[in-house]
Design a protein around this ligand. Structure first.
Ligand SMILES: NC(=O)c1ccc[n+]([C@@H]2O[C@H](COP(=O)([O-])OP(=O)(O)OC[C@H]3O[C@@H](n4cnc5c(N)ncnc54)[C@H](O)[C@@H]3O)[C@@H](O)[C@H]2O)c1
Length: 346
């Protein structure tokens, strides 16, 4: 298959590009190279004849038309987005522009291309979204594909809007879409403004490990390589018009998660132990969702997928990767806003 992957220089998109090429697919990586992008993420496949890069913005309809006509992909996997909740609190405009208007553009470009090609039945538009569209859970219950939408941050509201557009393009125009909503990802190449890399890198630098509020917010952690595997499966086997929730079956409070990372670092870097002494509780995020948890029954029973690693195993691999890849993360720490406390203006 030839895939057009938007956001392929980002964290999850690059994992999709690497895995797709390893499995013999072609991948065209379309990315605007925002602050969150890093072409190093795809350096291992950049010389492959199966790989191509297009520096383009999903807000630029003419560029999308040109790229679709030039590469003639069998599927679009749409991951390009503004993705950081804290940045969405400080500056929601970019989130509306890219996540809503940009998704509208790529849907329209994909629809025009699909029509021009004679509506091939095998074509797919795969929209990659988040469990945050479902809002916040109490101590019980899990998100299913039929949980009503209840986004509570500018980021999750913009992603919810994009999900609605994708469903509407299927119902109204017959565009063959599949959707996925996943839980929090982690793993190699995670941009160093997100919780897990911040904790690893601050611990190595003997800096405070910031935990929002009391650290009792619960997330369901999904290893990024497991996620990429699930995405390719949904693309190939998912039912048109259907959405699939993808979770790691690894619920942890933020405090438990940080304590696990500290224990892994204690074993790998005993000179800094105990790293837990660096844990520092800081002001909570405004509107911080309490708990997310995915009910993965549909993807498990219909497509036979389940995650391959526990959070302990995935975190160990992640910490080891950061210890071995300082040349990747060190330059990213000087990008705008990285290392600063964002999202407290509200
Ligand atoms: N990271 C998570 O835990 C998580 C969880 C659920 C869903 N998601 C979704 O998965 C997708 C990928 O997330 P990620 O963590 O890899 O994000 P990321 O921020 O690491 O990467 C996003 C990529 O999109 C590109 N991009 C941004 N705006 C663009 C534009 N206007 N045109 C073209 N490219 C643009 C960026 O340059 C970057 O390479 C997003 O749609 C996100 O909403 C992420």
């Amino acid at each position: 298959m030839k895939l057009l992957v938007t956001g392929g220089a980002g964290f999850i998109g690059s994992a999709v590009v690497r895995l797709a090429i390893a499995r013999g697919h072609s991948a065209v990586n379309l990315d605007a190279l925002t602050y969150a992008a890093c072409l190093e993420n795809v350096a291992s496949v950049a010389d492959s004849p199966l790989y191509a890069f297009e520096h383009a913005d999903i807000r630029d309809r003419a560029a999308l038309d040109r790229i679709l006509a030039a590469h003639k992909p069998d599927a679009v996997m749409h991951l390009a987005a503004e993705s950081h909740v804290d940045r969405s609190i400080d500056g929601p405009g970019d989130f509306i522009e890219t996540n809503v208007n940009g998704t509208f553009n790529i849907l329209e470009a994909a629809r025009a291309y699909w029509m021009q090609e004679g509506q091939p039945s095998g074509f797919r538009f795969h929209h990659i979204s988040t469990d945050e569209v479902f809002g916040s859970l109490g101590p019980e219950g899990k998100f299913t594909e039929t949980t009503p939408y209840s986004p509570r941050s500018p980021y999750s509201a913009s992603k919810a809007a994009s999900d609605h557009l994708v469903r509407a393009w299927h119902e109204t125009y017959g565009l063959p879409v599949v959707l996925t909503n996943c839980s929090n990802n982690y793993g190699p190449y995670h941009f160093p403004e997100k919780l897990i890399p911040v904790v690893i890198l601050n611990a190595l630098a003997e800096k405070p490990l910031p935990i929002y509020g009391k650290g009792d917010n619960v997330r369901d952690w999904l290893f990024v390589e497991d996620h990429a595997d699930a995405l390719l499966l949904v693309l190939e086997k998912g039912e048109i018009g259907r959405s699939y929730n993808i979770g790691g079956e690894n619920e942890r409070t933020n405090l438990e998660l940080v304590q696990t990372i500290c224990a892994i670092l204690d074993a790998l870097r005993p000179e800094g132990a105990p790293h837990e002494r660096l844990i520092t509780f800081v002001a909570d995020r405004p509107g911080h969702d309490k708990r997310y948890a995915i009910d993965p029954t549909r993807i498990r029973t219909e497509l036979g997928w389940r995650p391959s690693v526990t959070v302990e195993e995935g975190l160990r691999r992640t910490v080891e990767w950061y210890l071995s890849n300082e040349g990747w993360w060190r330059p990213l720490q000087s990008r705008k806003g990285v290392g600063e406390r964002l999202g407290v203006k509200a």
